[in-house]
Design a protein around this ligand. Structure first.
Ligand code: SAM
Length: 200
């Protein structure tokens, strides 16, 4: 679990660092607060960060850009889906993503279901409490280990309506899943959702 929590935190730290860029792919005022204290310290220490990004961890820069581009791409696709009448958004392996907090414009139209490991969601709830941020009413946490429970079974424990169309995202998660679990996840979605607005 430690590694998985760390990767979700690293992604949040990347979004936090990105807030210093003049041109932003993702506006995320919550990213820094969602990080653990060590990453918050690091992100705030500008000269150290500059050194890490431009020298010591230079090879991570394409990864950082990829993290931002995937989030931007998914949210643009989601905007189109919302215009098309989609009202349910499932974020598989949401980690410390702050979509539901930073996109009230889309939350007006959506019920959002975040699926992740119970430990990860406990950590996220703790961080939100620390930040003094209320969970938006349209946001639902669905705790599940996808290695043990198929996506649709997990969603069946929530108010997700399989009879209505839905938009799903699976960003930065497949690295952590064995191929049979990835296949089972895709099968579960294909068999279980009435209508999909999913893009590769
Ligand atoms: C790198 S983070 C990606 C977070 C987010 N999607 C993003 O792009 O910012 C990967 C997430 O997948 C979750 N994850 C890994 N294995 C999982 C499993 N078997 N079941 C559910 N979630 C899992 C981790 O807990 C973590 O939050």
């Amino acid at each position: 679990m430690k590694t998985r929590a760390t990767t979700a935190e690293l992604v949040a730290a990347m979004r936090a660092l990105h807030q210093r860029d003049r041109v932003r792919l993702v506006e995320d005022p919550f990213a820094l607060g969602l990080c653990g204290w060590h990453l918050r310290l690091l992100v705030r220490a500008r000269p150290v960060c500059w050194f890490l990004i431009n020298h010591a961890l230079r090879d991570l820069r394409p990864t950082m850009l990829g993290v931002l581009i995937r989030a931007r791409y998914a949210e643009q696709a989601l905007e189109a889906a919302v215009r098309d009448g989609i009202t349910q958004y499932v974020i598989i392996g949401a980690g410390l993503d702050s979509f539901a907090l930073r996109r009230p414009d889309l939350m007006e139209h959506l019920r959002v279901f975040e699926i992740d490991l119970p430990e990860m969601q406990a950590l996220k709830r703790k961080r939100l409490r620390r930040m003094g941020v209320e969970r938006p009413p349209g946001l639902h946490f669905v705790a599940a280990d996808l290695g043990e429970v198929p996506v649709m079974e997990a969603l069946a424990t929530s108010s997700f309506d399989p009879g209505r169309r839905a938009f799903l995202s699976l960003l930065g998660v497949t690295y952590y899943l064995p191929t049979d679990v990835i296949a089972a996840t895709a099968r579960s979605i294909a068999e279980g959702v009435a209508g999909l607005a999913v893009r590769p």
